[in-house]
Design a protein around this ligand. Structure first.
Ligand SMILES: Cc1cc2nc3c(=O)[nH]c(=O)nc-3n(C[C@H](O)[C@H](O)[C@H](O)COP(=O)(O)OP(=O)(O)OC[C@H]3O[C@@H](n4cnc5c(N)ncnc54)[C@H](O)[C@@H]3O)c2cc1C
Length: 452
């Protein structure tokens, strides 16, 4: 869509009108007694008190009423970051798109909205967001709280699209911060790990909608990455490598590109890797039925950027995940350091994925001021074995000042983790400003942010 079309379409909905709900609520009651589990089923939350407010006033009442509580998204995190032994607040009933501002190119949503719900809606109006994670099933509030990312050497994580945030602090007050007005405070409040309050509204920057296509290449020798890592990672808008760490081989290279008017067919080879002739799943033995369309077929951005289709099971299902961020200049060295453990890793592995995330200004982002390579692993759900392996991987990656993904499994000692987040003390001050009494502090935050 050209710029004129974009403006014409979007001007029709300017003005911040309340738009209709996207998904039906699943609960009629405000509080339910149930111990929820996370998506992967590796974790049952510690409380049975789950609140389902439908309005901001109800959220404020809940925050004022309880001494301890934790906001809950779509429960896709693998560790205890969203856990509470007292109360959880779900935003399932607060899932409306509130307004689309054509002049500012932004959309404002309630915090229960998922990317998979927002994307077709904004696409239809002529808009896109700059990137998506591997799956569209997650809430935007949950994703941006943990610096969730997709790939692309020039693409910041999903939190970088936030231009304003509204949350309820521990006193029950409504706090609004924006990128334009609140500068550094705002940079501290987006990747907030649920520590500042419960987010009720988010405004995201939009861009004109675009079409994309994706192709997959199979069997790229890892040694090609020694000199060509950035070149290959730049061969599309968003590029992912999948490896099982066997034979120093990248099993699949997924290249997602914007459709251009002068496009030519994909080359049959990429640094020795061969163009796939059928749709692939990242785990080669799984059916590609759940995966977004490949083979260069053009389609809307939101049906190509995630690997998995909305409405279908993403990834392997019964699994665990870990992910480590290393500055991009150490990408090949870090991969080789991890490769040294291949004999120990592969028995417990579904697949590893290697992506890039560009630098940002968000205090608690693992990519704060540094473009990074992200070394992700989807593990079989063998918790004991995986938790024994993670310290070995972390030791291999320690020379590169590695930081873990906030929402996945890791074993790094709190003091080491804290020393690697250079704005940690500023963040703790911000937490103190909005939640001095620790209402939103759970065991995960106590250990990793405030612990010794
Ligand atoms: C199959 C699968 C694929 C994944 N792929 C990717 C990927 O491609 N890239 C990536 O980076 N990550 C990925 N993840 C991890 C995922 O993006 C994160 O776990 C993300 O945080 C999940 O969002 P959620 O809505 O499920 O949040 P939850 O897991 O429910 O919560 C996460 C955190 O957000 C906080 N939170 C949620 N809602 C609010 C709110 N309204 N106010 C304040 N705090 C809130 C919670 O308190 C908690 O601290 C994947 C996970 C799975 C299961």
């Amino acid at each position: 869509m050209n710029k004129r079309m974009f403006l014409k379409t979007s001007s029709a909905i300017a003005g911040g009108a309340l738009l209709s709900g996207l998904a039906s609520c699943t609960s009629d009651e405000q509080t339910k007694k149930e111990h929820l589990k996370n998506w992967a089923g590796n974790l049952q939350y510690s409380t049975a008190n789950v609140h389902y407010p439908a309005t901001i006033e109800e959220v404020q009442d809940i925050v004022k009423k309880y001494k301890k509580l934790k906001a809950l998204g779509s429960r896709h995190s693998f560790n205890t970051i969203a856990d509470s032994d007292a109360n959880q607040v779900s935003f399932e009933k607060m899932n409306r798109v509130l307004s689309l501002d054509a002049a500012a190119n932004t959309v404002t949503i309630e915090s229960g909205v998922k990317y998979g719900e927002l994307a077709p809606y904004i696409h239809e109006k002529g808009y896109a967001v700059h990137n998506l994670a591997s799956l569209p099933h997650i809430t935007i509030a949950g994703a941006i709280a943990t610096a969730t990312h997709g790939s692309g050497i020039n693409n910041g994580n999903l939190s970088t699209a936030v231009s304003a945030i509204e949350f309820i602090n521990a006193a029950g007050d409504i706090i609004t911060l924006s990128k334009k007005k609140d500068g550094e405070q705002f940079n501290g409040a987006v990747v907030a790990l649920g520590a500042l309050g419960v987010v009720t509204k988010l405004t995201l920057d939009l861009q004109p909608a675009f079409d994309m296509k994706q192709v997959v290449y199979r069997n790229l020798p890892m040694k090609e990455l020694e000199n060509n890592f950035n070149t290959i990672m730049s061969s599309g808008y968003s590029v992912s490598f999948f490896t099982d760490w066997k034979n120093k081989n990248i099993n699949e290279v997924w290249i997602k590109s914007k459709v251009e008017s002068n496009d030519t067919a994909a080359a049959p080879e990429l640094f020795g890797a061969k163009l796939a002739t059928q749709n692939m799943h990242p785990i080669e033995t799984e059916s590609a039925e759940n995966c977004t369309e490949q083979m260069g077929v053009a389609g809307p951005w939101y049906e190509r950027m995630p690997h998995f289709k909305m409405g279908f099971k993403p990834s392997a299902g019964k699994e665990l995940q870990s992910e480590y961020f290393v500055p991009i200049e150490h990408a090949y060295e870090a991969m080789m350091a991890m490769e040294k453990l291949h004999e120990k890793i592969t028995p417990h592995l579904f697949i590893s994925e290697i992506r890039t995330v560009s630098a940002d200004d968000l205090w608690m982002s693992p990519c704060y001021k540094k473009t990074c390579v992200a070394l992700h692993t989807t593990w079989k759900q063998e918790t004991d074995a995986v938790m024994k392996l993670l310290p070995l991987i972390e030791e291999q990656l320690a020379p590169f000042n590695v930081k873990p993904h906030w929402a996945k499994l890791f074993a790094i000692a709190p003091s080491v983790l804290q020393s690697r987040h250079e704005r940690l003390n500023d963040f703790k001050q911000l937490v103190n400003e909005y939640d001095a009494g620790g209402k939103f502090r759970n065991e995960f935050l106590q250990r990793n942010i405030h612990g010794k």
